[in-house]
Design a protein around this ligand. Structure first.
Ligand code: PLP
Length: 363
């Protein structure tokens, strides 16, 4: 393996159900995936119908310009289709951005989603980590952030942050963005989980500036990880540069149609927001009662837990044997073997996890 690759920051992901089936020898249908934070209500029925219908069109190429999807997204936010770039999951856009803009040094608050660092390094850039502190609830302090901007030409941050669940408020984001502008730094904000606190989104700001790109996805909130659809919002010129850097036909027809249908499934969105808020509160309250578990407050559909008395790898494994997949925190730079991350799932599934945690931790 080349040395540079060997030295790369770790890159691992949740949601590896096939691996769990092999490793634990259990049937896929008995597994509950708390390791990737996907809407537990399943995907929107309207999206599924649209994808099924689109199967009849797979004998033709998808629209190379993704015009229908870009128009639907633009209409949703009240922006222009020219300001939208669609990609094969938001991960494709996370990798596209450094490939197109070739930043030399990129500020990345950590712990966070591992693909930002991987994408920067793949494009030949250097990552400047800003280590967030547990005593501050892993929150980003705009002042610390502005000091850390010296010498960097891009910053990528996740809001709310994965894996901590900490939200940077709109007022703080505006302050952070102002510092970026003052320092000539392009800011990329990954809002993969902001559907639960939409008022803090920077989508509307992104179309007005050449220094801000906002990323969104259908993956988590709309429960569609199996169809790969994400998008970037930027000003017209930035969006155009990004589209030019893409490979053609990045999204297939069923995925495009499903995403369009999901966007206007208002009932599903409303139900999801209400359900997650209620279950997250209930889960947090019950987790606080378990000895050896300290949950962090979360603005997303997952919760970071600090655990005592057992190594995160061992706990992940013991839960895995029971068909409960959780995310081992030790793979995140800035966390270690005292942390795991769990998704907020249905009431019954959450109860199953709580029971297993109580049994394993002996409380
Ligand atoms: C913060 C964050 N952004 C982006 C992604 C990638 O999502 P997608 O499936 O849309 O590529 C993930 C996936 O876990 C994520 O956690």
């Amino acid at each position: 393996m080349p040395e540079a690759q060997e030295q790369r920051l770790p890159r691992s992901h949740g949601g590896n159900i096939r691996d769990a089936v092999r490793r634990y020898g259990i049937a896929e249908k008995t597994i509950v995936d708390f390791s990737s934070s996907i809407n537990p209500l399943g995907s929107s029925p309207a999206a599924k119908r649209a994808a099924r219908k689109a199967i009849d069109r797979i004998d033709r190429y998808p629209d190379i310009n993704m015009s229908d999807l870009r128009t639907a997204i633009a209409r949703y936010y009240g922006i222009k289709p020219e300001q939208v770039v669609c990609g094969n999951g938001s991960n494709a856009l996370i990798h596209l951005i450094p490939r197109v803009f070739r930043p030399k040094k990129v500020l990345v608050p950590m712990p966070t989603f591992s693909e930002y660092a991987a994408a920067v390094e793949d494009a030949g850039g250097e990552v400047a980590p800003l280590m967030l502190q547990e005593q501050n609830g892993y929150r980003i302090d705009p002042l610390d952030f502005s000091f850390a901007l010296k010498g960097v030409d891009m910053a990528i941050l996740c809001n709310p942050n994965n894996p901590t669940g900490a939200l940077t408020t709109k007022a703080e984001m505006v302050e952070i963005f102002r510092s970026c502008c003052e320092n000539g730094v392009r800011l990329v904000v990954d809002e993969a989980f902001i559907d639960f606190s939409e008022a803090d989104s920077l989508v509307k700001d992104a179309v007005q500036s050449s220094s801000l790109i906002v990323l969104r996805a259908f993956t988590k909130f709309y429960g569609m990880p199996g169809l790969r659809v994400g998008y970037a919002i930027a000003d017209t010129e930035t969006a155009q540069r990004l589209r030019r850097g893409q490979e053609p036909w990045t999204i297939d027809t069923p995925s495009e149609q499903a995403a369009i249908a999901a966007l206007t499934d208002w009932g599903y969105a409303k139900k999801t927001r209400r359900y997650i808020a209620k279950e997250r509160d209930r889960l947090l309250a019950n987790l606080r009662l378990i000895q050896g578990v300290e949950p962090f407050p979360s603005s997303a559909n997952f919760i970071l837990l600090k655990i005592a008395g057992i190594d995160s790898q061992l706990l992940t494994d013991r839960l895995g044997r029971r068909g409960l997949l959780v995310r081992d925190g030790s793979s995140f730079p800035g966390l270690d073997n005292r942390y795991i991350r769990i998704a907020v799932r249905t009431w019954w599934q959450n109860r199953r996890l709580l029971k297993a945690l109580r049994e394993i931790l002996g409380s």
